[in-house]
Structures are given as structure tokens and as C-alpha cells.
Design a protein around this ligand. Structure first.
Ligand code: NAI
Length: 563
């Protein structure tokens, strides 16, 4: 028998009808629109007659995903789904987080940035190009949604390990904000990816006829910083209270930008601060496993670049938090770079590095290499190192003799080869476990498979910033914080450490599994909010109220009724 439809459907004024509704990725439910919704919004006939549940749609979406032949194709598929139906996209990601995170984010997103101009389909985020520098407030006003919790901005100059990608760098903010939503639960429509298109020095991009960015060499010097300043002032004016996260800027720009703006608005640099916080979280977890305190540690940092110094700064703050003076805390660090141990006799240190220079008198009789440096092996031979961290890009630098010497003097050495990619790792996880007879507490920068030792499988933690940034976004959004202060990063690291599975199981990873990330993010967000209140940079509310705000802010992908 034929079913008759109402002739004058009564759509709600703020919800579009028909094809326009199906084109709204935030409202579209596809085949899951109910009979009532199809009637109210004029969808009958535009959709196949079968009404499905989200779970049924997930089966088809996963089937389509699996049919794709390589990771870039899978990335393109997921991005298209994100632009079509956000609830379905995020539920699919949540259900397959371990399989799909490397597809929407690292490492596949690197290829997506390289290929940005070739795989471009639909607009997402904002392109703020240098030639339009006098209209930045207007460009920001063109954003798709009025209220924004988090902006991720890049200038595309230092994209992951693949360098300058110009406007194609926008792939990184897009991917990263997907994780802010997936894990932190920041509502998708309250995120805004931005690329500051200041040109590119990548000749392959410049010579590519399909390149979609501003075809010009990079703007540099004062003109560059003036442009960034115009952008920041426009954000302060148009989006006060929005968290502005800097992403993949080249080192000579990243630090000055952070230093200049960190006290002016709600902002942080994930490469610097997020990296330090996740490494600190893993170290604090490892130290807890040893049963000692952080202030008892002797820390050897191999690599004194932006990552090494950033991690050392975070650790130093945590040590001072345990009651040591600044000088006492500094004396615990033995930092080694290309020129050997950092000491007061060296004239080539930057201001940030000088903080870690040991007094020359303390190392005067130490062995030196033929070129006069005090090398890593010399330092390890002279002190009882308890923590060894590698952020040097020197593959194999943590050699067997060095590791055995540490393990000879310490029961549970903490050894973190953090350099990326795997080909640059200072050591392989399996070697570290073997050379220390399973006693080393290991975390790495790149992923390593579990290691078999003495009949057990030891899980290796990967220090991935994803443990921190989505939680930080949730924390500042829920608490209404006005700044991202260092104690908030420390609170995040401490909470991450408390969630270390290795505290309960000696063979477990030092960091939680990805499937636990949403729960841990909510806990971190709460700790961040409490810290922000203590620092006087977030409105004071009762603990139970803050807790509720975190839960209410963390969006879960599920359909809501429109009819
Ligand atoms: P960078 O180039 O700023 O610093 C490298 C440092 O290593 C410099 O201090 C340099 O003097 C030192 N170094 C290089 N060769 C050396 C040698 N033969 N002996 C002793 N020291 C040497 O690099 P950046 O940005 O600090 O990154 C370093 C590494 O850390 C990279 O592999 C990067 O992928 C990795 N990283 C890992 C993160 C993680 O969470 N796993 C996060 C951020 C960076």
C-alpha cells in the first residue's frame, strides 16, 4: 500500500532543508535520518528508503575504507567522510583509533601535505595569504563558524620531517584538530585550522603547475614577524578567548613567537611545550616505577636542540617543584651536543643552553676526545646516570658499552631514545632491553614493536604529543583559562604519569594505550583547569562543577534528533 507524505512539511527555520541539509557535514545523518526527519526537512526521495542506525552505517563506511589500496587513499576517503558526515567520521575513528590515527595524522598526513594541491577536494579552514595581509580581520570574519575553542596555525615551513610545504602545510592543522575532537572532544564546529601562507622555498612546490598556495619565495625577517603580528592582533580582536596553538614553525621562528605572545593571549606551541610535557609525563611515570623521586635523578640529555632544551626545561621545573633550588636542579643535568658536554668553558652556547652548562671546575680532570670534547661515553663513565634521553638525531648513539655501563651502576635505568624517525633513533628498543637484561624503562620517539624478554612481552611507550594537546584544549575550553602557563603543562604531565600502566604491570607500557586516551584526556583537562584556577588565570569554580564542565565539554559523536 502506498504511504502518503504530508504536503506542507514544517522545517525549523535554523535548519536547512533538502539537499542543503545533506550538504551540512555537521547536521547530515545520511541514511540515518528518521522517517519523521525526512518528512520535516523534505528529504524523502533524496535518500534510499531504508532507515539505518549509526552502527549499520559504520559497517559500510569501514568496508569502503578497507577497499582503498594505500594509506593516502585511506586518508582521502576519511577526509571526504569528514566533509560529508562528521558524526560518522568521528565514530569510525573512535571505533578504529589504533588503525586510523596514523592515517588521519602522522605519518600519513605528511604525504597528504606534500600532495595537498593534488588531492584537494573541498575547502576546510582558512588560508591567510601574505598578499591579503591588510585584510586579516576580514578573513577571520569569513570563518565558517562564529564560536571557536581552538585554532591550530602553521606557516608550513617545518612540516614533520619533510620541511617546507607552503600552503600544503594546512593538512597538519586539519589532522591535528581532528584529534582535538576525537580525543579531547572539542566540538568539530568549534575548531579552526589556519595556514599563514607566506610563500614557500620548496622549488618542487613552486614549479608544480597545480600548486594552490601563493607562488612566491618565503617572506622573511621583519616583514615575516610583522605579518605574524598582524595575524595575532586580529585573533585577539576577532576571537578573544580562543586557544591559538602554533604548529610546525621553523625553530628560528617558533621560540621568538612563543616568547612574544605567551603572556598576551591563550596560546602555546605544541612542538616545544607539548613535546616537553609528554616526555616529562613518561619520565615521571618511569621514576615512579623505580620507587625513587625525581630530585634524586642524574639526567643525561643527548642533544641540545629545541627539543632537548625544551624537555630539560620541563624536567627542571618539575625538579624545582620537588623543593630543590634552581641551582641544585640545574646541577642534575648533563647535556651533551655536537661539541660535547655543555660546560662553562664553552663559548658557543645559546642563552637557553647556557642554563645547563656545568661549571668547568667540576669536569676539569675528565677524559676528553682528541678534539677536546667531553663525549657521551665520558660523561656516562664519570657519573651515575639514572636517566638518558636522546634528542640528537644520531642513530645508534646509545651504543652497547654506554648502555651496559649505565645498567652496571643503576638498577632500573630510564633510557629514552626520542629522535624521529626510526632511522634516526639513538637505539632500538629490543637492544636496550637485551643489554640491560630487561631492567631498562624505555620510551621512544618512533613506534617500536613489543619486545620479548624472558618469556614476557614488554610494551614500548611512544612519546607522542597526542597524549597532551587534545587534553590541553579540553582543559582550557572547559575551565575558561585565559593563558596556558607552564604549571598547567606540568599538571598535565603529572596526571599522565599517574595513568602509566607500568605502575601496575611491570611489562606494560609507560604510557596509556590509545583506547584510553579520551578518559585520560578528561582527567588531564581537570588537572589543567585546577592549576589554571590556582594561578589565577581561570575563573574560580568548585571542583565538582569543573569536573562537570569537562564532561559536558567533551563531545561524543552520536546523532541527535532534529525532528
Ligand atoms: P635540532 O637540530 O634542533 O637539535 C639536534 C641536537 O642534537 C643539537 O643540539 C645537536 O648539536 C645535537 N647533535 C647532532 N649531532 C650530534 C652528535 N653527533 N653528537 C652529539 N650531539 C649531536 O633538532 P630538534 O628539533 O631538537 O630535534 C631532535 C630530534 O628530536 C629529532 O629527531 C626530532 O624528530 C626528535 N623529536 C622527537 C620528539 C618526540 O616526542 N619524540 C619531539 C620533538 C623532536
Amino acid at each position: 500500500m502506498a504511504t502518503s507524505l504530508p504536503t506542507t512539511p514544517t522545517g525549523r527555520s535554523n535548519i536547512p532543508r533538502g539537499k542543503d541539509l545533506l550538504n551540512r557535514q555537521d547536521l547530515n545523518k545520511g541514511t540515518a535520518f528518521t522517517h519523521e526527519e525526512r518528512t520535516e526537512f523534505g528529504l524523502h526521495g533524496l535518500l534510499p528508503p531504508q532507515v539505518e542506525t549509526l552502527d549499520e552505517q559504520l559497517v559500510r563506511a569501514y568496508e569502503a575504507y578497507q577497499r582503498k589500496e594505500d594509506d593516502l587513499e585511506r586518508h582521502i576517503y576519511l577526509r571526504a567522510l569528514q566533509d560529508t558526515n562528521e558524526v560518522l567520521f568521528y565514530r569510525l575513528l573512535l571505533d578504529h583509533i589504533e588503525e586510523m590515527m596514523p592515517i588521519v595524522y602522522t605519518p600519513t598526513v605528511a604525504v597528504a601535505c606534500e600532495q595537498f594541491s593534488h588531492i584537494y577536494r573541498r575547502p576546510r579552514g582558512l588560508f591567510i595569504s601574505y598578499p591579503l595581509r591588510d585584510s586579516i580581520p576580514q578573513l577571520l570574519r569569513n570563518r565558517p563558524n562564529k564560536d571557536v575553542d581552538v585554532i591550530v596555525v602553521t606557516d608550513g615551513e617545518r612540516i614533520l620531517g619533510i620541511g617546507d610545504q607552503g600552503a600544503g602545510g594546512l593538512g597538519i592543522p586539519i589532522g591535528k584538530l581532528s584529534l582535538y575532537t576525537l580525543i579531547g572532544g572539542i566540538r568539530p564546529e568549534r575548531t579552526l585550522p589556519i595556514v599563514l601562507d607566506v610563500g614557500t622555498n620548496n622549488t618542487e612546490r613552486l614549479n608544480d603547475p597545480e600548486y594552490l598556495g601563493w607562488r612566491h619565495e618565503r617572506i622573511t625577517g621583519q616583514a615575516y614577524f610583522d605579518f605574524v603580528d598582524q595575524f595575532v592582533q586580529a585573533v585577539k580582536q576577532e576571537l578573544p578567548g580562543t586557544c591559538l596553538q602554533w604548529e610546525d614553525f621553523a625553530t628560528p621562528h617558533a621560540r621568538p613567537i612563543l616568547t612574544r605572545y605567551r603572556d598576551q593571549l591563550l596560546t602555546f606551541n605544541d612542538d616545544i611545550q607539548g613535546t616537553a610535557a609528554v616526555a616529562l609525563g613518561a619520565i615521571l611515570g618511569a621514576v615512579k616505577v623505580t620507587g625513587k623521586s625525581l630530585k634524586e635523578q642524574q639526567i643525561v640529555m643527548f642533544g641540545a636542540g629545541s627539543a632537548g632544551i625544551g624537555v630539560a626545561d620541563g624536567l627542571r621545573g618539575a625538579i624545582q617543584g620537588e623543593g630543590l633550588s634552581e641551582d641544585e636542579a640545574r646541577s642534575r643535568f648533563w647535556v651533551v651536543d655536537k661539541g660535547g658536554l655543555l660546560h662553562s668553558g664553552r663559548k658557543d652556547l645559546t642563552a637557553e643552553q647556557s642554563v645547563y652548562a656545568q661549571p668547568e671546575s667540576r669536569v676539569s680532570g675528565w677524559p676528553r676526545t682528541s678534539d677536546g670534547h667531553i663525549g657521551l661515553a665520558d660523561v656516562i663513565g664519570k657519573i651515575d646516570a639514572t636517566i638518558l634521553i636522546g634528542l640528537s638525531t644520531v642513530a645508534g648513539a646509545f651504543s652497547e658499552p654506554i648502555v651496559r655501563e649505565i645498567a652496571r651502576k643503576v638498577e632500573r635505568p630510564i633510557i629514552f631514545p626520542l629522535s624521529n624517525p626510526t632511522s634516526k633513533s639513538e637505539a632500538h628498543a629490543a637492544d636496550l632491553i637485551r643489554w640491560t637484561d630487561g631492567r631498562a624503562l624505555v620510551a621512544t620517539g618512533s613506534p617500536f614493536a613489543p619486545v620479548n624478554h624472558g618469556g614476557s612481552k614488554i610494551q614500548i611507550a611512544q612519546c607522542n604529543n597526542v597524549y597532551i594537546f587534545p587534553a590541553m584544549g579540553l582543559g582550557v575550553a572547559a575551565s575558561g583559562a585565559r593563558r596556558v602557563a607552564e604549571p598547567m603543562m606540568l599538571a598535565a604531565a603529572r596526571t599522565l604519569a599517574r595513568n602509566s600502566p607500568a605502575l601496575k604491570d611491570p611489562f606494560a607500557s609507560l604510557l596509556p594505550p590509545l583506547t584510553e586516551l579520551r578518559r585520560v584526556a578528561a582527567e588531564i583537562a581537570f588537572a589543567v583547569g585546577i592549576e589554571a584556577q590556582k594561578d589565577g588565570i581561570a575563573p574560580k569554580v568548585r571542583e565538582d562543577e569543573l569536573h562537570q564542565r569537562v564532561l559536558d565539554t567533551q563531545w561524543t559523536p552520536a546523532y541527535t534528533s532534529l525532528a
